[in-house]
Design a protein around this ligand. Sequence first.
Ligand code: SF4
Length: 338
Amino acid sequence: MDKPSVRVAVTEQCNLSCDYCPIAGDSVEMQSTRLNLDDFKTLLSAAIDVGFQDFSFTGGEPLLTDNSAQTTFELARFVNDRRPKGPGYTKLNTNGANILRYFDGIVETGFDELKISLDTLRSEVFRRIAHRNESIFENTIEGILKIKDKVPVRLQTVVGEYNKDEVSTIIEFCVQNGLDIKLFDLSSYDNALSGSRNFADDNYVRLDSIALDLESEYGPPSIKYAVGGVGHAKKVFTTPEGTKIELRDTSVAAHYSKELCGDCPKYPCQDGLCNIVIAADGHIQFCREGGIDQTVSLRDSYGNLYGTDKLVKGLAMAGNIFSSSQYIQRTIAPRREE
Ligand code: SF4
């Protein structure tokens, strides 16, 4: 099995406050200070030496401030320069709110893809889910429409009761503008920004009927896993225009590791193992739902990053946990049935 992808959370902070998102997003609630640029480079260098070759830059929101944006661009260029040529990617996960502000930096960095979170084309729904005003929503749409001609874009849309009636409109928007799209079912996190699990429970929508509609329109899907063969079995539909529509449905099964998940009280959790996260404070995070309990710090008690040998060992151990994981059917439905 290949190595999983690595998400590099350059910050834990965000400019949106989406109800379903866990505090700190892809990162963890901070246990110590944020890594500095040199520490991030040392860690990424070790990750490349271990054989990781697929990297996404994320947060929080990586384009939140001048500092986080410049850190993101510099680290992405560092990875692009250092990573062996051939398979592998460097991508950016963003909510899109600051694309216009950092347009040149994004384009010049040379990302293979922008994964832009957007759940709606209606400003009132955006306001309700992301708790931010219309001008941010309008900037996001404008940014997407401008950047799509420079860098491939995939929208990331979390489907719930709040937007299920506009899924076909969002897909049509993607087809018309040459964007790919990935639809997610709602994940439920104990530390969601809504303050409780109720938001996910109350808004969960199964993706089965959307999959059936897409199949009748575009034919049978191909099946795709995350890099390294982990994550969920995602259905991928292709429209005649070439738009890829991916469906991530957590309701059937997920990847788990005997070693990591054996004693975990959350087993079998909804998300399972999808990718390794290098959190903004220097932890390796294995899974979102395990929170800080399922992380390993790469810093000593004084806050200094470990030496290269220890970093390589820690990252290799993380890779091995993923490569020995198994795809296991669930006996529970993660959320309410429709
Ligand atoms: S929360 Fe993490 S450790 Fe626990 S079962 Fe899920 S993937 Fe495994």
